[in-house]
Design a protein around this ligand. Structure first.
Ligand code: ZN
Ligand code: ZN
Length: 305
């Protein structure tokens, strides 16, 4: 199976602590690397994760709170010092462009590579990226300022060719692509060999949803329905449910409610408030609603499957 992994570089919230870094993740999918959010300290965390700096081709910023974007400028500058030449694509709420432009004029004005900005309308669920392996969509969220999540969907791969059957029927190489695309094969005697006998089905396409800072949303489960892995912020335990509502965040139980209603494979909790010295209470409350819940932690590399 081709890799589809989520590297956790930071899973704390606004106040950096000795336990957790500000939010940052790297999604690795079929040899490509995409960053989600870029809080302070991200560069050191990339070093620790052993992901190659030059392989990161795009950064997706969920919203303009510092714990999700203060690391970006430093990283752009470092990419320059490391001799990057490939463009870096930055997807962020549209009003980030002005800030980024001015900051780069001041600190990063001699880069040998291009930073390509893509402004996001965070209120819409739309596809913002596509290549031959995957698509990325925005997930509108309910936070104090414009904010969205990101949904990474792997594209379905072609069926696998059965080498033994290809040899048995002496099918020429020139026909392999047609058979991968679903064609049957007709022998010289006119016998039709159905495609199912010549191929084995591909593995199901996998998906990962990242739900950044948000209040509990009753309809969110419809947008992340059936994903293999869901990350959902869980800033508070139930003792601080009032704070969650007041500050536009979620409790672990609310994150688990979304996971349960969306029938996802696995839930990952994160964006923990600095008030918790460990997050066992959050995990316990989440598991009461959705047993397949887990705590994210820096240094983890989680397979999407
Ligand atoms: Zn945050
Ligand atoms: Zn926020």
């Amino acid at each position: 199976m081709e890799p589809f992994n989520v590297h956790i570089l930071g899973c704390g919230s606004a106040l950096p602590t000795l336990h957790h870094n500000s939010t940052c993740q790297i999604v690795e999918i079929r040899g490509k690397f995409f960053m989600i959010d870029c809080g302070e300290g991200t560069q050191i965390q990339i070093r620790r994760s052993r992901v190659n700096f030059s392989k990161i081709q795009a950064v997706f910023i969920s919203h303009l709170h510092g714990d999700h974007c203060f690391g970006l400028l430093g990283m752009i500058s470092t990419f320059g010092m490391l001799g990057r030449t490939a463009p870096l694509h930055v997807y962020a709420p549209s009003n980030f462009e002005e800030y980024l432009k001015h900051s780069m004029q001041m600190f990063c004005n001699r880069l040998e590579y291009e930073v390509v900005f893509h402004g996001l309308d965070t209120k819409k669920n739309i596809q913002i990226y596509e290549d031959k392996s995957l698509t990325v969509e925005t997930i509108p969220l309910d936070h104090r300022i414009a904010c969205c999540g990101f949904l990474f969907r792997e594209k379905q791969t072609a069926p696998h060719i059965r080498r033994d059957m290809i040899d048995y029927y002496s099918i020429p190489i020139s026909q392999i692509n047609n058979i991968k695309a679903g064609a049957d094969w007709k022998t010289e005697d006119g016998e039709v060999i159905p495609n199912e006998r010549l191929t084995t089905p591909p593995l199901p396409a996998r998906s990962y949803a990242y739900c950044s800072d948000t209040r509990y949303m009753e309809n969110l489960h419809t947008m992340v329905e059936g994903v293999n892995l869901l990350y959902h912020e869980s800033t508070y335990a139930n003792d601080k449910a009032d704070n969650a509502k007041l500050y536009y965040h979620s409790t672990a139980e609310q994150a688990a409610t979304v996971a349960r209603d969306a029938r996802v494979g696995k839930l990952l909790l994160g964006h923990y408030s600095a008030r918790y010295s460990n997050e066992n209470q959050l995990l316990k409350e989440a598991r009461e609603v959705f047993p397949n819940s887990f705590l994210s932690d820096e240094g983890q590399c989680i397979a999407v499957q």
